[in-house]
Design a protein around this ligand. Sequence first.
Ligand code: FMN
Length: 187
Amino acid sequence: MDLKPFKQVRYSYHLTYPKLTSIITSGTYEKPNAMAASWHTHLSFDPPLYCVSISPKRYTYKLIREYGDYAVNFLPFELSEKVWLTGSFSGKEVDKFKEFGLEKMRAAKINAPIIAQSLTALECKVINVVKTGDHYLFIGEIVYAWAKEGILVSAGGLLDIKKVRPSYYLGEGKFVTLSDSEILEFQ
Ligand SMILES: Cc1cc2nc3c(=O)[nH]c(=O)nc-3n(C[C@H](O)[C@H](O)[C@H](O)COP(=O)(O)O)c2cc1C
């Protein structure tokens, strides 16, 4: 048998990586914060819902509770170090936008700013918060979405994978991207 037991269940999240990793922005345009997050997903088409799982230890947790919104920003692979840095320091101590060269941009519908270097970004307003073990799931309605000019190949928002190299987290400080743009298409 090729499949063997993986005994470190505590680290089984790594078995589902690499994961498209985001930077969650929170707070306000004047006093923003940014934090790396790998645990996030879509939940519903109608209304369009997105969630992110955040530990109450994060400064981001406090800001989302306070302002009721957040943005999910997806950066290009080339900027993975910024993702890493926002995940390695707390906004309690560091102005991460300033220190790590993140360009802030006013969001259309929420208090939190978005990151101008993003490939895509989703603005979310919190509609529910669910405690999930040692994290809290912030469920947000997507109230506005952004995509960098020229990276979409369909009106439905498909990324032009030949042009776009999103940042994926592999774990233990390592980032990867899609290196082969071979596409299998099924109808
Ligand atoms: C690649 C990466 C992904 C992360 N994903 C999450 C996550 O999904 N949820 C979470 O609560 N923390 C996550 N973290 C940890 C936070 O980003 C980290 O604790 C950060 O310093 C919190 O910043 P803040 O205190 O300014 O909110 C991740 C860290 C890294 C490096």
